[in-house]
Design a protein around this ligand. Structure first.
Ligand code: AMP
Ligand code: MG
Length: 491
């Protein structure tokens, strides 16, 4: 059952928290809003009728021209460590939570508009988002979801010709971001740093009640510790998932860390093309604090800051024990994911060396990470062409030959047939990821009001493990002559 716009059910639980948690603020209208993208797939999950896309009231509502009955717009307050530096107060400076949409099965979903105008927390900012950054965030969230990795998602983009000034003049857009919750590590840090421990507990109770109800039955002295441990676990597993798909978030400040362990706040992110452990997607990150291979460590660092903020609720030994479990959780998760990428269902002696040598080889070669694993999925000793394709990808067979022979011998020891192994590997090795050049191509078209590339790319990202014949171009690195797009925090 789906509903039209004026029939949606709202239950704004976050808005019922005391005033300390948020500023009540309505979106500031944009000029002449038009619908650039609408996510029918997510709309179905939210039980929103697909006809909403054609309803002019939708673009007016998202563009801030009208308020929808039942919504209670607000901007949440938080704090955080930005590039390791403590910032005592932040908050939604341009994202406004309109309300919580509830479905017939009592799922609640935050409907947030990002780029909706200034709030008390806008600091030096204009409260806006440029079209380019909303397109990137929409595509990235959907790509991540298609890969099976927890993330915020996007319901729509409403664009406008309202000018917005960054390095140059651009135009504004509003992203409709959807998540079960947008509460961040920094939300807890804010109240802890002000010694407002009642608010720390209130927020923890809120988050546990709505998002971790499995812990409600525990006595209070265990409940918060068990919940913190779960947040640490989820964060470690998220870092493993990012590692396995070659995703670099770029701004892992503690205010961009989700309490649900989902990917949050896509800014200068990238899926890398060539494998490079030291990859830094964020041109503003000169020290490489948030480089690809630093993410697991930074995830733990952020969990430690969250743990400190929860010390009024979680006994210190329990917090330390949870943090100490992070490394094992991460290692176990990433090992499982990489083994699956290599088609190794059994655990045999020598596997660790085989995996390590592959990553060394990929680093030296260099090689396109996503393409490598996709080609490897199809590689089999019985079809020499598939092996030749691997050598071509790896450029220099003298490097790759020995490793490939070892891998072929190793998968021969698997119980699965080559066909079964291929199917299993292709189900975890995507053919398509959101490469920067693809995002840029979609953006360039969208700026000219051509949304066809957007829809085409979305179809790939929604089902990234399928072949999509005819779309091979999108499974490749940047086309010859592409100038690398510099992505920074400017959005
Ligand atoms: P980010 O690192 O992009 O997630 O943003 C850090 C903080 O800056 C958050 O509190 C944002 O709400 C705020 N912010 C970013 N861009 C703007 C903007 N254009 N106007 C107002 N606030 C912004
Ligand atoms: Mg942020």
């Amino acid at each position: 059952m789906t509903r039209p716009l004026h029939d949606l059910t709202w239950d704004n639980s976050f808005a019922r928290l005391p005033d300390a948690f948020a500023e009540r603020v309505a979106p500031t209208p944009v000029t002449e809003p038009w619908l650039l993208a609408f996510n029918e797939d997510l709309a179905a999950t939210l039980e929103i009728s697909p006809s909403v896309a054609a309803d002019p009231a939708f673009a007016r509502w998202i563009g801030g021209l009208d308020q929808l009955p039942g919504t209670e717009p607000l901007a949440a307050i938080y704090a955080g460590h930005q590039f390791g530096v403590w910032v005592p107060q932040l908050g939604d400076g341009r994202a406004i939570l309109l309300g919580e949409l509830t479905t017939s099965s009592h799922q609640r979903w935050d409907i947030q508009v990002k780029g909706a105008g200034m709030t008390r927390f806008s600091r030096m900012g204009d409260g806006r988002a440029v079209l380019r950054s909303t397109v990137r965030e929409y595509l990235a969230g959907e790509a991540m979801h298609g890969l099976g990795i927890p993330t915020t998602r996007s319901l729509a983009i409403v664009a406008s010709d309202l000018p917005v000034y960054r390095e140059r003049a651009e135009t504004a857009a509003v992203l409709v971001r959807v998540a079960r919750s947008h509460v961040r590590f920094g939300s807890f840090q804010l109240f802890a740093s002000r010694q407002q421990f009642a608010e720390v507990q209130q927020l923890a109770d809120y988050v546990i009640e709505h998002h971790f109800p499995e812990f409600l039955a525990l006595p209070a002295e265990d409940r918060y510790a068990a919940w913190f441990r779960e947040v640490v676990d989820r964060t470690a597993r998220l870092m493993a998932a990012w590692t396995a798909v070659g995703f670099n978030h770029g701004v892992m400040n503690s205010d961009n860390m989700s309490i649900l362990g989902i990917t949050l706040d896509y800014g200068p992110f990238a899926w890398f093309d060539d494998y490079d452990p030291a990859f830094i997607c964020n041109h503003s990150d000169s020290s490489g604090r948030y480089a690809f291979d630093q993410q697991p460590r930074v995830g733990l660092w952020n969990c430690a800051r969250l743990g400190e903020a929860l010390l009024s609720l979680v006994p210190e030994e329990a917090a330390v024990a949870a943090l100490e479990s992070y490394r094992d959780t991460f290692e176990l998760a990433v090992d499982g994911l990489i083994r699956a990428k290599l088609g190794l269902a059994r655990r045999l002696d020598g596997d660790a060396a085989l995996i390590r040598d592959l990553f060394d080889l990929m680093h030296q070669t260099p090689v396109d990470y996503t393409r490598f694993f996709r080609l490897l999925s199809a590689a089999t000793a019985s079809d020499p062409d598939t092996i030749t394709a691997m050598h071509v990808e790896l450029d220099d067979p003298s490097h790759s030959e020995a490793w490939l022979q070892r891998w072929i011998a190793r998968v021969a020891a698997e119980p699965a047939s080559d066909l079964e192994r291929r199917a299993a590997m292709e189900a975890v090795n995507p053919k398509f990821v959101l490469r920067n050049w693809i995002a840029q191509e979609v953006i360039d078209a969208a700026v000219a009001r051509d949304t066809a590339p957007f829809e085409q790319v979305m179809a790939l990202l929604r089902r990234p493990f399928d072949e999509h014949p005819g779309m091979e171009r999108y499974a490749e690195g940047p086309p010859e002559g592409t100038v690398e797009v510099a992505v920074s925090c400017s959005s």
